[in-house]
Design a binder for this molecule. Structure first.
Ligand code: ZN
Length: 402
């Protein structure tokens, strides 16, 4: 029995599928996708969905399931989820791959991010099919690898293929975040992730001198600039209660490297920053600012990017986006309000946004977000209700006429 509820979800068929999926260790590092793909292909067969496995460079599998619509020539609906999960470190209350239930809450790595969503997609389609429903538009489900490593080797590769182009995606849903409040959260844009190394070189010398042109002075200048800007955004977030972390640029100093021995001034220090640019940041101007700081820090200071997301235009959220209008109405008809925001982390939706109307969404409210956390969990009533939500969304968006 659930605390406060009267329904026992423990033996709900969708919950049993979720448990079985959570028990498959498809986890970084040294990830193996075989069992995951096998399980999902089994579910597709059970539901009566065509399933095709593509092999991406690096021998990475990507699974596409298809439910053909009555008008397959229309742009299609894509439900995307990733198969991989992040490592489950530390002391968990319940084993991270045990899928145990306590007080109506299921515990497991991937419960929210995002195996729960994958099963909700599949169960929503199963429900519709079992009622004999036919939708106008074709619905595709993609199960992709490597999202938790940035997605470039997974969805990032797949969107370049002819196989993806042929899916003719008009509208896509990808992972979102649960909300402890009463509303559902939906995100139409993401920040851009930049990982930058500032390499400061100078003259080496004895640790007892006060020599000019040394890399310690230069790295201090650079760190001050980045951390001052960080403080500016931190304060902005504190001062304006309307802002969320998704709407401000974040900057963090994440690595410092250099040094040989305590009494030697080294030739080089490197400072590494993890920067997530808000969608209103001008990428060119910000890069120019970083370059200016490097010049101001002195000779021999340069910046090298480990990663630099390009600017991606947000998905339009007005009356011209018929998919959004239909989805919003379907959810409001269920008596639930939506809040539109900026996804604070990067997801595979950024690869889809160029061509399709892509949104990040989780039909999960009254539940604390716990992705990547110890004791990642999802209340089972939230999970089961989410299946109905996807069912209603599919009925709305996949029945749109052109
Ligand atoms: Zn995820």
């Amino acid at each position: 029995m659930m605390s406060g509820g009267s329904v026992d979800y423990n033996n709900h068929p969708a919950v049993i599928n979720l448990k079985n999926y959570l028990k498959i260790k498809c986890v970084h590092p040294d990830i193996k996708y075989g069992k995951c793909v096998e399980f999902l292909v089994g579910m597709a067969a059970e539901i009566g969905l065509a399933a095709e496995t593509h092999t991406l460079p690096g021998d990475l599998p990507l699974l596409v399931m298809t439910w053909e619509g009555l008008k397959p020539e229309l742009p299609t609906i894509l439900l995307n989820s990733h198969m991989d999960v992040v490592p489950a470190e530390g002391d968990w209350k319940h084993p991270p791959f045990g899928a145990e239930v306590e007080d109506g809450v299921i515990y497991g790595r991937g419960a929210q991010d995002m195996k729960g969503t994958s099963i909700q997609y599949l169960e929503a389609v199963r429900k519709l099919k079992s009622q004999g429903t036919r939708l106008n538009r074709t619905v595709h489900l993609t199960f992709v690898p490597e999202e938790e490593k940035g997605g470039r080797a997974g969805m990032g590769e797949f969107v370049k293929t002819e196989a993806y182009r042929r899916l003719n995606v008009g509208f896509a849903l990808d992972e979102g975040l649960s909300n402890p409040g009463e509303e559902f959260l939906v995100f139409n844009k993401e920040k851009s992730m930049w990982h930058v190394n500032i390499i400061c070189t100078g003259k080496s010398g004895h640790g007892s001198m006060l020599l000019p042109e040394n890399c310690g002075e230069k790295v201090r200048y650079v760190i001050n600039k980045f951390m001052d800007l960080r403080e500016f955004y931190r304060q902005k977030l504190v001062d304006d209660s309307n802002l969320t972390i998704g709407e401000v640029t974040t900057i963090n100093l994440t690595k410092l490297q250099g040094g040989v021995q305590t009494n030697i001034v080294p030739e080089q220090f490197t400072a590494t920053f993890d920067i997530r640019l808000a969608t209103n940041m001008n990428h060119e101007m910000f890069e120019e600012l970083i370059n200016r700081w490097c010049r101001e820090a002195g000779n021999g200071v340069r910046c090298e990017f480990d990663h630099k997301d390009p600017y991606v235009k947000p998905t339009v959220m007005d009356h011209t986006n018929h998919y959004w209008v239909a989805m919003k109405k379907a959810i409001e008809d269920m008596g639930i309000t939506l809040i539109v925001g900026t996804m604070p982390a990067t997801t595979d939706a950024r690869f889809l946004r160029g061509g399709a109307h892509a949104l990040n969404f989780a039909p999960a409210r009254r539940a604390a977000p716990s992705p990547h956390q110890r004791d990642e969990s999802l209340p089972l009533d939230v999970f089961v209700h989410g299946i109905d939500v996807y069912e209603k969304i599919l009925l709305a968006v996949a029945n749109l006429e052109e």
